[in-house]
Design a protein around this ligand. Structure first.
Ligand code: GAR
Length: 210
């Protein structure tokens, strides 16, 4: 990726959109050399849609179909078409609560990234902050990774560690993880925009373009 061009991002979310907001704020401030061009959601009344529109970003609900945790191949095709029409370079998952499958992933090879609220490979899947607190770990955190066909299993781009406090509840721990997410995701996207990404097996490193 050339470093003098702002990368075009399509952002997908199912919830409140605080990560989307931290990314959009970074783009507006000029600290992230990227541009959010479209926001898509599988939840018609997800706050992420209104939040995106309040920044003047095109935001659309795409009906998710019959499955609860994934999209059918046809509906994945509809998402891909919307993202291709918007000419996105990267697909940024920000709380999108469905697993992507082959039609979607093969349309954007190594161009789909996700943020997950734990230090992967620990605690993949739902409510990772609850899993961490209930397991009794002393440190957890958040991870940005490439998306593959598994659940939270793709090569890791970045992580931030968050301590678990003795008096934490599920809510306080998730809040501390989210504060870390709002630092980590903008930092990783900035690196993707400015540097060359080298993926060797599971290992990812960033290097400056020659
Ligand atoms: C974030 O904590 C994100 O890590 C999590 O959903 C939340 C979305 O919050 N994602 C997952 O659990 C995906 N497996 P947001 O809508 O405020 O950005």
């Amino acid at each position: 990726m050339r470093s003098d061009r702002r990368i075009r991002m399509g952002i997908l979310g199912s919830g409140k959109g605080s990560n989307m907001e931290s990314i959009v704020e970074g783009c507006s401030a000029g600290s992230i050399p990227a541009e959010p061009v479209i926001v898509l959601s599988d939840v018609a009344d997800a706050p992420i849609l209104e939040r995106a529109r309040s920044y003047g970003i095109r935001a659309e609900y795409i009906e998710p179909g019959e499955f609860r945790t994934k999209l059918s191949p046809e509906i994945e095709g509809t998402y891909v078409e919307a993202l291709k029409n918007a000419q996105v370079d990267y697909v940024v998952l920000a709380g999108f609560m469905r697993v992507l499958k082959n039609v979607f992933i093969s349309a954007f090879p190594q161009r789909i990234i996700n943020i997950h609220p734990s230090l992967l490979p620990a605690f993949p899947g739902l409510a990772a902050w609850k899993q961490a607190l209930d397991y009794g770990v002393k440190y957890t955190g958040c991870t940005v990774h490439f998306v593959d066909e598994g659940v939270d299993s793709g090569p890791i781009l970045g992580q931030e560690v968050v301590p678990v406090m003795p008096d934490d509840t599920h809510e306080t721990l998730h809040g501390r993880i989210q504060a870390a997410e709002h630092r980590l995701y903008p930092a990783v996207i900035t690196a993707l925009a400015r540097k060359k990404v080298v993926v060797e097996g599971r290992r990812v490193r960033f290097s400056y373009d020659a």
